[in-house]
Write a protein that binds this ligand. Sequence first.
Ligand code: G4P
Length: 528
Amino acid sequence: MKYEKEINRRKTFAIISHPDAGKTTLTEKFLLFGGAIQTAGAVKSNKIKKHATSDFMEIERQRGISVATSVMTFEYRDTLINLLDTPGHKDFAEDTYRTLTAVDSVVLVVDSVNGVEDQTRRLMEVCRMRDTPVIVFINKMDRDGKNRFDLLEEIEKELRLQLHPLTWPINSGKDFKGVYNLHNKSLQLFTANTKASDDEDSVSIADLSNAILDEKVGDKDAAQLREDVELIDGVYGNLATEDYLAGKVAPVFFGSAINNFGVKEMLDTFIDIAPVPRDRETTARVVSAGEDKFSGFIFKIHANLDPKHRDRIAFLRVCSGKFERNKYFHHVRLDKDIRFSNPYSFLARSKDVIDDAYPGDVIGLFDTGNFKIGDTLTEGEDFYFTGIPSFSPEIFKELVNKDPMKTKQLEKGINQLTDEGVAQLFTQFGGNKKIIGCVGELQFEVIQYRLLHEYGAACEFRTMPFYKACWLTSENQQKLDDFLRFKQVNSAEDKDGHPVYLAQSEWFLNTEIQNNPDIKFHFTSEIH
Ligand code: G4P
């Protein structure tokens, strides 16, 4: 393998969680360990506290200036770690789902008090689609949380994920004394500490019957720990790394991100076991990360919100070979060769122009409208990476032009915004109505604001009575055409011309599925 050394030192992952579980805090601790930042509080939360467009726009504007926060690259123990940021707000969940297509593994943060929450479930569904390896961090052990055995059971059941604890907590809340590392058999004693440091109070206790345990945590807790560990050892045994890598078993760590406790154990294990850039499926064949020839795909597009400079940054995940500055690469969809004179990397949180990048890396490409999500660059071969899905939106509204003089601007604006993946655009058959599908109300506000401010096009939205979009395929084209004709009001095509059924309710949807056995109803659409 030509680039073996580079590939084997890279790990690309994302931290995912329900808002407020501690993703930002954990990110910050990771960066402190990696030396990428020096002080706590340096990582801005991307949380939108209020339901307010202005709040969102302000965050986006700041992020536009410092796009660096979208990808954080740092080194730890000779490993180059690419940590991809994901939006916290549920209305932008789709952006998170797409980012998950660009990582090789994830760390899932679960709040020990709240347990499994809504977003956790959805995010795990996406991980499961790709068998993404998951490490679970159970956070906020300094608070009175759920019983730890109950919590593990809840996570296993709700997320359909087999767990394997690698550390075990001694109490929680004000009685939290620390964690026992089941793997290297040492005891970490808890002290509140908000700085990253290596000097955790750690005692090696290979044999739990050793009296030093009683000395450190007291007789009662020592006895409980012995009992727990015996039980856990009996149930779980040793972690099989290949099960983790196959996405079947998730190692679990307990800790408190804000106190920087239990974070280092997890990061060290992450370095030891998390996958290096993996092979990827395409429409033509499996592309191995170790191939000599370059390939990569766009998973995110970030607009510069300044109307005077309507350039965008397209985020490309390198999948194989070597990306080089100023070298011509093949843009598969446009069937044209393009080169990039200013590709960015995100090392140490500043935007730097880079000369080359390797599998696992994420680079920012200056874009004047050439890209949409899912686009592939290669050294000439024609294929698309698969598994970059669109999910059904949950809210549908008709886009109504308020200024006929600005029709062109509106068209252009909505096309560009949907290319960025801000929303999905459907065109109703027959009526030619433009229907925008989003996950949350906030997205509509953002679209309206951006169309006006960036494109000068005023629009409004009219609510449509749909609840889900299903992509349709059939081996019998005639049946599909007939169906679309009969169900004209509920039929549309997506931006790529694929037929879509817009269902008013679950009942209607189920009825249509039953009545049309020759037609397949898909709940996600692969972009390619
Ligand atoms: P998020 O990105 O997943 O949304 O969560 P974030 O890290 O912003 O954390 C959410 C809240 O939980 C923050 O408090 C944070 O300080 C707190 N937190 C994180 N880790 C721990 C922990 O281990 N123990 C406890 N007790 N709290 C933790 P906040 O009040 O919402 O924000 P802030 O004002 O403290 O920044």
